[in-house]
Design a protein around this ligand. Structure first.
Ligand code: HEM
Length: 329
């Protein structure tokens, strides 16, 4: 049987009858009263996200991801004004704060936008976490299994790093793999959750496959980046911000920050994560919302997602580079 259709190990008959159609019960729910001991936050999570259907969670991810992408595109376009000089860039930063004046007090629209961004980020991360937990449960794995597997992989990677790798061409699949009997099922009958998940040697993942599998890692990098970035350029909190940080001088703060080679390298690396996350995320959002009805539409969405991701990442990437080579100073 396909393990994705197997009931979770932690699901009890009682919890199964209690669940409404299309919902998946969450772990930790047992008939021995463990529920009462569970922290209030876990219960709240179960009642809200745990009760939502997976398609609804995917739609929530698509909607919040689109809001964040629109902000990122707009922010990159605004950042390009750095090439127009200090005065112009600082005027643009002031414009954002004074938007809506004199009808609205200064910073009102800025705070509305900040609240929208925070809410979208919270929805995106929470729905992504719940979907990840569900997919692990369907495979009969736990977060601990993933942590152990990742640690094992990192250790193996570190051990193998200095050695040159032998490249086996794609067409020559190992004999054992080619001879493996196909038993008519998509997944094997017996599913050992703890067995190492190996790929036949010589089968390398394509770049889109790597990007798709790295969504959680690139998302985590972006979370780290945005936290650092706000401390660096918005609040001016040391040591994230440079010594020269001054409230009201967005241009000077940007140049001061990105003149530090390590910070510039971190910004540049984060833009690679941003590109991968946006390209795959926009593509998936289009699929999940039914925008891709035909093969031609799928291709168009693919091209559009790649174009948006590349333009945003390259536009942003140009800024730390320009500061490092002193085109912007
Ligand atoms: C090299 C690329 C980037 C540069 C040079 C840059 C520059 C800036 C600057 C100067 C500010 C402060 C504006 C002000 O206080 O007036 C800012 C704020 C911010 N940036 Fe960026 N940014 C970059 C990339 C990004 C990316 C990729 C994201 C999101 C994925 C992002 C998210 C934000 C957020 C959330 C704020 C805080 C806005 C606020 O609350 O005021 N930035 N950025």
């Amino acid at each position: 049987m396909n393990p994705a259709t197997q009931p979770s190990r932690e699901r009890t008959p009682a919890s199964r009858t209690a669940a409404s159609p299309g919902t998946v019960t969450t772990p930790g729910r047992s008939s021995n009263g463990a529920d009462h001991a569970a922290p209030a936050a876990a219960n709240a999570w179960r009642r809200s996200l745990g009760a939502a259907s997976s398609p609804d969670l995917k739609l929530a991810m698509a909607a919040s991801g689109t809001v964040l992408s629109v902000f990122t595109v707009g922010h990159m376009a605004g950042n390009m004004q750095v090439y127009a000089g200090r005065e112009r860039y600082n005027r643009y930063a002031l414009l954002l704060r004074g938007a809506g004046a004199p009808v609205l007090p200064p910073n009102t629209l800025l705070w509305v936008a900040r609240a929208g961004l925070l809410a979208s980020t919270a929805v995106h991360v929470a729905a992504g976490t719940e979907l990840t937990l569900r997919s692990l449960r369907a495979e009969g794995r736990t977060v601990g299994d993933v942590a152990r597997q990742t640690t094992r992989r990192l250790v193996t990677l570190a051990r193998n790093l200095p050695r040159p790798r032998v490249f086996v061409p794609r067409t020559e699949a190992p004999l054992a793999y080619r001879r493996a009997a196909f038993d008519g099922a998509l997944l094997p009958d017996s599913f050992d959750a703890r067995a190492p998940r190996t790929r036949p040697r010589g089968r390398r993942r394509s770049v889109p496959q790597i990007v798709a599998r790295s969504m959680r890692s690139t998302g985590a990098v972006l979370g780290l980046f945005v936290t650092y970035h706000v401390l660096d350029l918005t609040t001016g909190t040391r040591p994230a911000a440079s010594r020269s940080f001054e409230h009201g001088d967005a241009y000077g703060n940007l140049v001061g920050s990105l003149s530090r080679p390590v910070t510039a390298a971190f910004y540049a690396a984060s833009m690679a994560a941003l590109a991968g996350h946006m390209v795959h995320g926009l593509h998936t959002a289009a699929l999940d919302t039914g925008l891709t009805g035909t093969a031609q539409r799928v291709r168009q969405v693919d091209v559009a997602a790649k174009a948006v991701g590349a333009v945003v990442a390259l536009g942003n990437l140009s800024i730390p580079l320009a500061v490092q080579i002193k085109v912007v100073r």
